[in-house]
Design a protein around this ligand. Structure first.
Ligand code: FES
Length: 80
């Protein structure tokens, strides 16, 4: 049996917050409850991951989305 749920780690450190990780998290949660990502992912907020120069940082099943935006993260969730 294949496990279809993606684990998405969103950095909640100060640099990523300034770069928009809060907004990405909010949009992803909305997409997961009523949009196309419904039932496909589980979100976790992390502390700083020491990659602040690439903020905002989002990890989708082990793939690092550097300078992430909603579009790149959604693509990675669907691809993985
Ligand atoms: S604040 Fe996100 S990697 Fe440092």
């Amino acid at each position: 049996m294949k496990f279809n749920r993606r684990l998405v780690f969103i950095c909640g450190g100060s640099d990523c917050k300034k770069a928009g990780s809060k907004r990405i998290r909010k949009e992803l949660k909305e997409a997961a409850t009523e949009g196309g990502l419904k039932g496909h992912c589980k979100f976790f907020q992390t502390k700083c991951m020491d990659m602040c120069k690439s903020a905002p940082v989002v990890i989708v099943d082990g793939y690092f989305c550097k300078k992430a935006d909603m579009k790149s993260v959604a693509e990675q969730i669907k691809k993985a």
